[in-house]
Design a protein around this ligand. Structure first.
Ligand code: PRP
Length: 216
C-alpha cells in the first residue's frame, strides 16, 4: 500500500479556532504547537496522524479548500454563503451559533415594509443582496464595510445593517435592535470535492467521529 499523504486543514482564525481545537482534542486530534500564542509558525503538523493545520482569515478558508490547498476547512456558515466557492459542506458542528440579521434603530422597522430605497451597510454584501433582492423584492443600496458595522446607522451612513448577532449585547449597548432574521449560522466542516473522492475513507471516518462527538 502506498504511504498515506498528509491531509491539510484550514482553520478559521479568531472566535471559532479555540472551539475547533477543543473539538479536535476530544476526538484525539492533537497539535501542541498551534496552542502556543507566541509562535509565528504558520503550519502545524501531527506526524502520527499525517495531518497538518494552518490558521487563515475566515473568508480565505473556502478559497484554500476550493483550490485543494487545504483538503478540509472549518468555517462559519456566513462565510460559506458569502464566498460562493465550489466546496462540499459536510457537517454542522453546532458551535459558533449566531444569527444573520437585519438590524437598526427600532424606528427603521417601517422602512423594511415597503419599497423604500434604503441604504444597508454590511460586511456581507452578497448575503444582503440575496436577502433584499430575492427574498424581499426590495431594491436597496448596499454599502460594504469591514467591521464595527453597528456604527453605520448611528452615524447616518445607512438606515439598517445586515450583520451577525450572537449575544445581542453590541446591539443593546448601541441602541439598536434586530428588525428581521435572515438565517441561523454555526460552524461547518467543508471539504474539497476531489479530496472527498480521493481520500474518502479517511475523511468519512473523521466526519463520523466529529459528528458523533458533536451530536452526542
Ligand atoms: C461581530 C458582529 C457584531 C458582534 C455581535 O463582530 O459583527 O458586531 O460580533 O456579537 P454580539 O451579538 O455577541 O454582541 P466582531 O466582534 O466579529 O467584529 P467586527 O465588528 O470587527 O466584525
Amino acid at each position: 500500500m502506498s504511504e498515506e499523504r498528509y491531509l491539510t486543514f484550514a482553520l478559521c482564525k479568531g472566535r471559532l479556532a479555540k472551539q475547533t481545537l477543543e473539538l479536535f482534542e476530544k476526538v484525539g486530534i492533537t497539535c501542541e504547537e498551534i496552542n502556543d500564542p507566541k509562535t509565528r509558525k504558520l503550519i502545524f503538523v501531527n506526524d502520527e496522524l499525517k495531518f497538518r493545520f494552518f490558521l487563515a482569515k475566515g473568508p480565505d478558508v473556502p478559497t484554500y479548500v476550493e483550490y485543494g490547498a487545504a483538503d478540509i476547512g472549518i468555517v462559519g456558515k456566513d462565510v460559506i454563503m458569502e464566498e460562493h466557492r465550489k466546496i462540499y459542506e459536510a457537517l454542522d458542528l453546532g458551535f459558533g451559533k449566531c444569527r444573520m440579521c437585519v438590524c437598526g434603530p427600532a424606528s427603521a422597522g417601517e422602512l423594511l415594509k415597503g419599497q423604500e430605497r434604503i441604504r444597508v451597510a454590511t460586511k456581507y454584501p452578497d448575503i444582503a443582496k440575496e436577502y433584499f433582492y430575492d427574498q424581499k423584492n426590495q431594491t436597496v443600496e448596499i454599502i460594504k464595510l469591514n467591521g464595527s458595522i453597528e456604527l453605520a446607522p448611528i452615524v447616518g451612513l445607512s438606515e439598517v445593517i445586515v450583520d451577525i448577532v450572537e449575544t445581542g449585547s453590541t446591539l443593546r449597548e448601541n441602541g439598536l435592535v434586530v428588525l428581521e432574521e435572515v438565517c441561523p449560522l454555526s460552524a461547518r466542516v467543508v471539504v474539497n470535492p476531489v479530496s472527498m473522492r480521493m481520500e474518502n475513507e479517511r475523511i468519512t471516518k473523521l466526519l463520523q467521529e466529529l459528528s458523533a462527538c458533536v451530536n452526542g
